[in-house]
Design a protein around this ligand. Structure first.
Ligand SMILES: Nc1ncnc2c1ncn2[C@@H]1O[C@H](COP(=O)(O)OP(=O)(O)OP(=O)(O)O)[C@@H](O)[C@H]1O
Ligand SMILES: [Mg+2]
Length: 243
């Protein structure tokens, strides 16, 4: 099925017991867009990503990725996911981790090696290829985690706080890389608490209590809120939502 949208969510609910982590969430992310999901701790950002990547089952509502209703096994090949808690095998080397994720996606050895060379160059860890992940610093682990999410050349990339604990210089290079991925037509849904990063997104969506309360281009959001920072804009929209 052809779809203009990379991600489409309608009236999405996710309950944990009686608690609604997602409460009628609506979201549309266009193909090739970098969309930033912002919101306080517990707003439901990670839950939304987990439903969209098929890791959590929705309670009700609709969720589609690339025109396919989630969960769907065939779509997982086209999805890349960098979890908030890095999910690497620390007893394996960098190379073995990349190989593991490549095999998981059915890639052959030659293709994995080709992608590995490219990705290790980007994350600047070529020298660390045969080092155990356990021996890497936190920021290095983040870089490996990003490479693992990209090994199979996904069309839609979910990045859950990919730059937490990453030094400023590396954060800049992460964002340069995200722009390169965007140029290739890859869609990115990213969560972050760094508002300076959010301004790099094509559009941002503010989440609160399991739903989207406002969205738009960063500059337009500032204008609408009469704010000079996205933090202040969030407070404006949160207040408006409550009344
Ligand atoms: N497996 C679970 N069981 C019960 N409650 C859960 C579960 N996973 C998440 N929640 C709850 O759902 C709410 C949303 O959590 P979620 O992790 O999606 O927030 P978040 O927006 O990603 O926050 P953060 O910015 O801290 O990462 C929280 O109140 C959390 O406690
Ligand atoms: Mg989270």
């Amino acid at each position: 099925m052809l779809s203009m949208h990379a991600i489409k969510v309608e009236k999405l609910d996710k309950k944990f017991g009686d608690f609604k982590a997602l409460d009628g969430m609506d979201l549309v992310v266009r193909k090739g867009e970098v969309y930033g999901l912002l919101g306080p701790n517990g707003a439901g950002k990670t839950t939304a990503i987990k439903v969209l990547t098929g890791l959590l089952k929705k309670t009700s509502g609709d969720a589609e990725v690339l025109g396919v209703t989630i969960p769907n096994k065939d779509i997982t090949q086209k999805i890349g996911y960098m979890p908030q808690e890095t999910a690497l095998y620390i007893g394996l080397t960098v190379h073995q981790n990349l190989e593991f994720f490549g095999k998981l996606f059915g890639m052959d050895k030659a293709k994995i090696l080709e992608r590995e060379t490219e990705l290790l160059k980007f994350i600047d860890l070529e020298k660390w290829r045969d080092e155990l992940v356990a021996n890497l610093s936190g920021g290095m682990k983040h870089r490996v985690s990003l490479a693992c999410a990209l090994i199979h050349e996904p069309e839609v990339l979910f990045l859950d706080e990919p730059t937490v604990g990453v030094d400023p210089e590396l954060r800049v290079s992460f964002w340069n890389f995200f722009s390169k991925l965007k140029e290739k037509g890859i869609t990115i849904l990213i969560t972050t608490h760094y508002m300076d990063e959010a301004s790099h997104c094509d559009r941002v969506g503010f989440m609160r209590s399991g739903k989207l309360i406002a969205e738009g281009e960063p500059q337009a959001m500032l204008k609408e809120a009469g704010a000079t920072s996205l933090e202040d804009a969030f407070l404006f929209f949160a207040r408006r939502d409550r009344t």
